[in-house]
Structure formats: C-alpha cells, structure tokens
Design a protein around this ligand. Structure first.
Ligand SMILES: [Zn+2]
Length: 273
C-alpha cells in the first residue's frame, strides 16, 4: 500500500516536473505588443514585465500610440523590449498618415534616437502604397536597416514589397484573412517578407494545427513569428493564456521548428539587444 502511494507520488512528481519543463521549453519572442495610452494607468511598466515573466515572454516587439508607451517599457528593460516606431502621434493619424507629410517628418526625426528596429505597426489599404509618405518609409527603413510592420491585406503587402526589393516587411496577422496557399505564394515570391500570426486562430482551430498551415510552417519555418497583439487594455488580462495557447500547438511541431516560430525567427529578424 505504501509502495503504491510512493509510486503514485513519484508519477505525480514526474508529471509536475515535465509540465514545468514543457512550459519553459518554448520561451516566446512576442512579435506584436502594444502599450497604448489607455494601458498606462492600469498596468505600470513593471506590471507588464511581470506579465512577460508569467507568460514566458523573453523579448517583445513593442509599439504604441503615442510612442511614449514604448519608451517607458524600453527604459525599464532595454534588452527585452524591441522598440518599433508607430507613426501615429494620436489615434487620428491612423486614417490619414499615408497622405500626411508631417508624419514622415515626425518618423524621420524620431528614428534619430537610434533605438528602433522598425516602423509600424501601421494600417494601410491596397492602393495607398504609392504616396510619398509610404515611399519615404520604405527608403528610411532600407537606409537604417530596419523593417516595416504593416497591417494590410494580401494585395497591400505585395504592393509594399514591390516598391523596393530591399525592404524588409513584417506582415501583421498574416493579412487577417489570407489563406495559407496565398501566404505561401507570397513567401515564395518575396524573400524579404516575414509573417506574424496574432489574433487569427484559424491555423489551430480548437488548439490543433490545421494541416495546410502545418505544411506552410514546415515549408517556410524561418518566416513566421507569433504575437499577442495587446491592441486594447483587456487583452493584457489574457496575456498569459494567449501564450499558453501558442505553446499548445507549437508542441505539435518538431522542437526545431517550434523554437523557430516561438523565438528564433524574431531574434534573427531584429538582431541582438
Ligand atoms: Zn497591432
């Protein structure tokens, strides 16, 4: 009887330790964090970093409206926060930035801080890419060796990539609704494109990987990044669960591929701290 209890205890201990280990197996580079003004009074920068600890987030690409949110976090942890410069001084810029030359001036000035690894996340429709502001972003990104982080559809992202083959583009939400076949074709055509997966969960319905997406992740294992997208304050309440959900389907991939999607692709894209 005692022996039986010891056996059960040992099994429970092994299970507990293996759960602990698997939770640490995939440290996550979160490629899509915002720390917008409404968040500041609810979550201090220290509280955000504690959430990172709990969620197993080792580094994160952060942008915010206004940019001061990103700077607050960056000052707390320059090694963990990868600043991305959001071009919106206020939410009002979101709908008009592509035609507003003062946005280009603002971004050009702000980039002189030398800390940013990208410009974005910005929202853009197909057909808006030929403006001097968008072209200006492309040239700034190339000159500074940083990326453009675009929330746009399939056509919009390809227009952006075609402006200059040297521009590095990170595509937010994989275009929200683009199909895996379409995303695969874009990745085949454009070596400078990487794809971020936040918000949508069609690649792992009910937590299990969809076969077409699995094939795509295997075929382009160097090109996908996971992200939470804390676009509104309530998203922080579920921050830990969002990352637990990533690990559930990452565990279906080989360790090598899972590590790439979880963190290595992000680290490679933005370089060392
Ligand atoms: Zn976003």
């Amino acid at each position: 009887m005692v022996r039986g209890h010891v056996f059960i205890f040992t099994c429970a201990l092994i299970f507990f330790l293996s759960v602990q280990t698997s939770a640490q197996e995939f440290p996550i580079f979160d490629a899509h964090v915002h720390y917008n003004q409404p968040d500041w009074s609810v979550y201090t920068p220290d509280a955000i970093l504690k959430l990172f600890d709990r969620a197993g987030v080792i580094r994160a690409m952060v942008s915010s409206t206004p940019d001061d949110g990103t700077i607050k976090l960056y000052e707390k942890s320059p090694t963990r926060i990868v600043p991305i410069l959001r071009p919106y001084r206020t939410d009002a810029d979101r709908g008009s930035w592509t035609k507003d030359s003062s946005v280009l001036t603002y971004v050009e000035e702000r980039l002189k801080k030398g800390i940013y690894r990208g410009i974005g996340e910005f929202h853009m429709s197909a057909g808006q890419t030929s403006t001097p502001v968008v072209r200006g972003f492309v040239q700034l990104a190339i000159r500074r060796g940083i990326l453009l982080y675009a929330h746009t559809d399939y056509t919009g992202v390809e227009e952006l990539l075609r402006l200059d083959p040297k521009v590095q583009v990170l595509w937010a939400h994989a275009g929200m609704s683009a199909r895996p076949e379409t995303i695969g074709q874009l990745l085949d055509r454009h070596a400078m494109l990487s794809v971020e997966l936040s918000i949508r969960d069609d690649f792992a319905p009910r937590g299990r990987l969809d076969p077409a997406w699995r094939d795509l992740f295997l075929r382009h294992s160097d090109r996908f990044l996971v992200g939470s997208d804390t676009w509104t304050t309530s998203r922080w309440e579920n921050f830990v669960e969002i990352h637990a959900a990533f690990r559930a389907w990452l565990n279906e991939l080989s360790r090598e591929v899972a590590e790439k999607l979880a963190s290595k692709n992000g680290s490679r894209l933005v370089g060392r701290p």
